[in-house]
Design a protein around this ligand. Structure first.
Ligand code: HEM
Length: 406
């Protein structure tokens, strides 16, 4: 819905003001560059343990290592430092809980993790679990900043156990996020040139035409996931470390106790999932793609797992975009075609995504030799949806937004 006045406030912001206020960048989209961020020295033992997560999990020493840590320190004030701290604490949490798959899972997170983790999560406005902002958005560095943002020149900084595939999985998502960057300008420009009093069909078409190009780049990168992560490996080894807790699901049906916090009552958390990426939700918000029922509830809920600034960005775009309404009313074939091509491109991305989900979850789950210690997740995504039906409906909602001539 368009709120006049508020719309002009947002659209009056310069690129630099948008970048600062909403923690985005025209160069790297929602990625946050934490590669040069240092934490105060008191967090070094945590950093070291997180760096050696794979070794600790393989040797089954992560729990005793964590229990020796002292988490009683002040939380840094600077946003990027907070994100780095959240990353380190959530990677450790994941290793601590899932070291043995679904067997022998601790019911509570010790105080040395629960206290700093919940405090830094509150400061950032995110959830105290390994999730998209710290696993993907703030978890990359370039080998050579003068070379392209490409596989081979981008590394993850931390990864879950599971060998090279674990890093490749992260890097693929990082590069997909980076490919989204030009969509930010396209969305803001399209909003400007469809807003009441500033309509400009030629400029609107020019802006909208960038979106299918962005989606093609994202799709191309997505197909590269197969070069570094085999579906069976993802299913058997990696996925468990991105799991959540609660919602009746074994092995932590009631949730996880964060010792000393939330009155020592178990807390339910969704696991990490690219459903927590702001990219698709922002496109939906800008183009007026609406979801209903369970899809809407889930997509609203996962916004709580985004960085607060990214969530606010989605909200402000959703509240102020007049794109769909204008395209529907303007009776201009070029404008309508450009808009519908955006819808098609988003559908194509969502179709490819469904194929990947089939390849990386459904088919590996049907093998006789699948790893039995990760069966609690079998029929759901890490974000806990009955995924194929859910994704199909999200895509149908997208299709239903195609505009037809009056
Ligand atoms: C092999 C890789 C991937 C797998 C197995 C996978 C799996 C899933 C699953 C199971 C869901 C349902 C929600 C849940 O329970 O978590 C989901 C949702 C979603 N995923 Fe992925 N995903 C993958 C890669 C990606 C990538 C690269 C993106 C790009 C940003 C992405 C974006 C989304 C979005 C936006 C949703 C919410 C539904 C929608 O808006 O279409 N996923 N994913």
């Amino acid at each position: 819905m368009l709120i006049s006045g508020a719309s002009s406030e947002f659209l009056k912001l310069t690129q630099e003001q948008i970048e600062e206020k909403y923690l985005v960048s025209w160069k790297n989209g929602f990625l946050v560059d934490c590669s040069q961020v240092n934490l105060p020295i008191c967090w070094s033992p945590f950093e070291q343990a997180a760096k050696q997560l794979t070794e600790h999990v393989e040797k089954k020493s992560i729990r005793e290592t964590v229990l020796k840590l002292n988490g009683d320190h002040d939380i840094p004030k600077e946003k990027r430092q907070q994100l780095v701290l959240h990353k380190i604490l959530t990677f450790l949490t994941s290793g601590y809980i899932w070291q043995d798959g679904e067997e022998d899972v601790p019911k509570e997170l010790p105080w040395c993790l629960s206290k700093p983790l919940t405090r830094v999560s509150d400061a950032l406005g995110v959830q105290p679990i390994l999730s998209y902002p710290s696993m993907i958005l703030g978890n990359w560095k370039m080998k050579n900043v003068d070379k392209p943002f490409e596989f081979g020149n981008v590394n993850a900084m931390y990864w879950t156990p599971g060998g090279d595939g674990a890093e490749w999985f992260i890097v693929t998502h990082v590069i997909i996020e980076q490919r989204f960057a030009p969509a930010l300008d396209a969305i803001v420009e399209a909003m400007k040139h469809s807003s009441p009093g500033s309509e400009d069909n030629a400029k609107l078409v020019e802006a909208l035409r960038n979106i299918p190009k962005v989606m093609s780049e994202m799709m191309y990168t997505f197909t590269k996931i197969n070069d570094g992560v085999q579906p069976e490996h993802f299913y058997d080894e990696l996925r468990i470390f991105y799991s959540g807790w609660g919602n009746g699901r074994n092995p932590l049906p009631d949730g996880l106790i964060y010792k000393g916090v939330y009155g020592d009552k178990p807390k339910t958390m969704k696991g990490g999932s690219a459903a927590q990426s702001t990219t698709l939700q922002l496109l939906d918000a800008a183009l007026g793609i609406k979801h209903e029922g369970d899809q809407k509830n889930f997509l609203d809920e996962v916004r709580d797992y985004m960085m607060k600034e990214h969530r606010d960005f989605c909200d402000v775009v959703e509240e102020n975009s007049n794109i769909r309404k204008y395209v529907d009313q303007c009776e201009n074939d070029d404008v309508q075609l450009a808009y519908n091509k955006c819808i098609d491109a988003i559908r194509n991305f969502r179709n490819l995504h469904m194929k990947k989900v089939d390849q990386y979850i459904k088919r590996p789950s049907q093998r006789n030799d699948r790893r039995q210690a990760v069966e609690g997740l079998k029929d759901t995504g890490t974000g806990s949806t009955p995924y194929l039906e859910f994704l199909k409906r999200v895509n149908e909602d997208t299709k239903n937004c195609t505009l037809t001539k009056k």
